[in-house]
Design a protein around this ligand. Structure first.
Ligand code: ZN
Length: 198
């Protein structure tokens, strides 16, 4: 691990500023681990990453290098500039205690990415009701083109795989090491990230 890499321990999350022009690289150090990513305009947190806008403009749910992630105000927030995996999800909300009660009633409930993001974003004045669908790095959610049925399968990411996104405005980023069993191949691993100033 290089010194400029920050570790997000398993089943936790963080938030930080990302300046316009800087590049955020999200690293899956062990493979098969999801990282939920949120973005807010650092100058006005009412502007937030939008799955609906992004998928509409991209005309695909399979976002990868060259695609932009848009805000609710239709402005580019992030551009994917490198991607080892090519399989991410932008359909599903962060896992939460309700996710655990719904899908895993026999497991001890966990506050999940939603609870981790809510705590990490609170110092920036961002409340839980301002948490939208996250861009879920490395999350593998195939959709049956005929029936529309979704599945949540283990990520296809291998140890050391990365995705890099360039900030198109000054941002507050929320980022997790996801807590849901099915999303992560049944085990919980850390996520690493690094920031390269533009
Ligand atoms: Zn999660």
């Amino acid at each position: 691990m290089t010194p400029d890499v920050t570790v997000i321990p398993e089943r936790s999350g963080t938030a930080f500023r990302l300046s316009k022009g800087a590049a955020l690289t999200v690293i899956d150090p062990n493979g098969e681990q999801v990282a939920d990513l949120l973005a807010y305009n650092a100058d006005d947190v009412g502007e937030v990453i939008s799955s609906g806008r992004t998928l509409d403009y991209a005309e695909t749910i399979r976002l990868t290098t060259g695609d932009k992630l848009y805000s609710n105000r239709s402005r580019p927030m992030l551009t994917i500039v490198a991607d080892d995996v090519g399989r991410h999800d932008f359909l599903l909300t962060p896992c939460s205690i309700d996710t655990f009660l719904h899908f895993y009633p026999d497991l001890p409930p966990h506050r999940g990415c939603f609870g981790n993001l809510a705590e990490a974003l609170e110092p920036y004045g961002i409340g839980p009701d301002q948490i939208p669908v996250a861009f879920n790095c490395f999350m593998n959610v195939p959709v049956d083109g005929e029936t529309g049925k979704l599945r949540v399968l283990p990520p296809t990411s291998k140890a050391g795989d990365t995705i890099t996104l360039r900030a198109e405005m000054d941002l507050i980023i929320g980022l997790t090491a996801c807590s849901a069993p099915d999303s992560n191949g049944g085990s919980f691993k850390p996520i690493h990230y690094k920031i390269d100033a533009g």
